[in-house]
Design a protein. Structure first.
Length: 154
């Protein structure tokens, strides 16, 4: 089988699972869609964070906050989480990284399920000019994508 056929088979199987492949937009926001409702994705993300030993600092419920202000917003939550062993070296390299750390992942209920969004570590490295430091950006990127996949999977 050719490489392109294998890729097509993988994409087809993945799309049948109810999870869209993660994509990075030009603005550094990575996106993954799930066919699951937000409560199920919320629970899946909590479990994924726990299984990977990450600290969940807080969850901001934007819809509840909007309701308190007399406004409406579809269910939208921001998870704030991290690991000081990974984040601290980034902030040591460039203090402005504290603007974007700890890591965040947004869950938004949509008509067809839930969208997960997070910042690309590579984009953040460019934004904060982390050029003189050796940082495990690929490892952090892979971890964030695996968290999203675990949370989004049926």
């Amino acid at each position: 089988m050719t490489t392109s056929r294998l890729a097509l088979v993988a994409v087809t199987l993945f799309s049948l699972s109810g999870i869209a492949l993660a994509e990075e937009r030009a603005d550094g926001i990575e996106v993954m869609d799930s066919s699951k409702d937000i409560q199920s994705v919320d629970q899946g993300l909590r479990e994924a964070l726990d299984s990977k030993g990450l600290t969940l600092f807080t969850v901001i419920d934007h819809a509840a906050n909007a309701e308190q202000a007399g406004l409406a917003l579809p269910p939208t939550r921001t998870f704030v989480f991290g690991n000081p062993k990974a984040g601290t070296p980034m902030m040591q390299c460039q203090g402005s990284m504290a603007l974007d750390l700890p890591q965040k992942m947004v869950l938004r209920q949509r008509d067809a399920g839930t969208r997960l969004e997070w910042n690309s570590p590579h984009y953040l490295a460019k934004r904060h000019q982390l050029t003189d430091c050796e940082l495990p950006l690929d490892k952090v990127s892979n971890l964030l994508e695996s968290l999203a996949e675990e949370a989004a999977s049926p």
